[in-house]
Design a protein around this ligand. Structure first.
Ligand code: IMP
Length: 203
């Protein structure tokens, strides 16, 4: 069940993306070649929250993919992302999703902006680790994008911390940039492109 198999009628290959975040599904589907289709957790009857109990992105990413593979039997991939801010010693890092104690992006961004008040070094990076489980084997792919933490929230596109992250080479935050621009250059795009190269080499 659930192998990265080809549908002979459509020539389409299907993989489960182990995430409950529709923004991530949209972003990753837009990056994949047309013959790789991703389905979400609810499509395989998984409605529970995936475990994330470790203190590194690598371990949490692996934990989520292994959970889906072990419990549901599908070839799948997962990803875990962190915002790493130099002046905060790499925080929020693995705590990015609930930095202010909840998953609320407004509270999380406010906490970062408060801690960064008056700070000159505003350098930061988004880092993502993808874990792919294919035929029982595990593969990991990393992507990151460097940038600066803005002084205030700006823009309405995207999700999470996008309104306070200005990628290097740009004046605008991820939330001000056209979504397509973010999709091309994001941490997730870089990790996803490495995974796609690998998947393509397996076909
Ligand atoms: P997780 O990987 O789903 O645990 O996400 C970690 C945190 O990073 C969440 O708060 C997300 O909203 C945030 N996050 C993940 N990817 C992005 C992104 O591309 N832009 C802004 N925030 C992100």
């Amino acid at each position: 069940m659930g192998a990265f198999t080809t549908d002979v009628q459509t020539d389409m290959r299907t993989l489960v993306f182990a995430t409950a975040n529709p923004n991530k599904v949209k972003e990753v589907q837009a990056l994949l070649p047309a013959d790789i289709r991703i389905i979400g957790l609810t499509d395989i009857g998984c409605f529970e929250e995936l475990p994330e109990t470790h203190d590194t992105l690598e371990a949490n990413s692996l934990e989520k993919a292994e959970y889906v593979h072990t419990k549901y039997g599908y070839d799948c991939f997962s990803e875990d992302t962190g915002l790493e801010i130099t002046a905060l010693g790499g925080e929020p890092g693995v705590d990015t999703a609930h930095y202010a104690g909840t998953r609320d992006p407004q509270s999380n961004m406010q906490k970062v902006l408060q801690l960064m008040k008056g700070e000159n070094d505003r350098s930061a990076q988004f880092r993502t680790v993808f874990t792919l489980i294919l035929g029982g084997e595990i593969f990991q792919f990393e992507g990151f994008v460097t940038g600066q933490i803005a002084e205030n929230q700006r823009g309405t596109h995207g999700f999470g911390y996008d309104p306070i992250f200005i990628p290097d080479g740009h004046q605008l935050t991820f939330a001000e940039l056209d979504t397509k621009v973010k999709y091309q250059m994001s941490h997730r795009a870089k990790a996803c492109n490495l995974m796609t190269e690998f998947l393509t080499s397996q076909l």
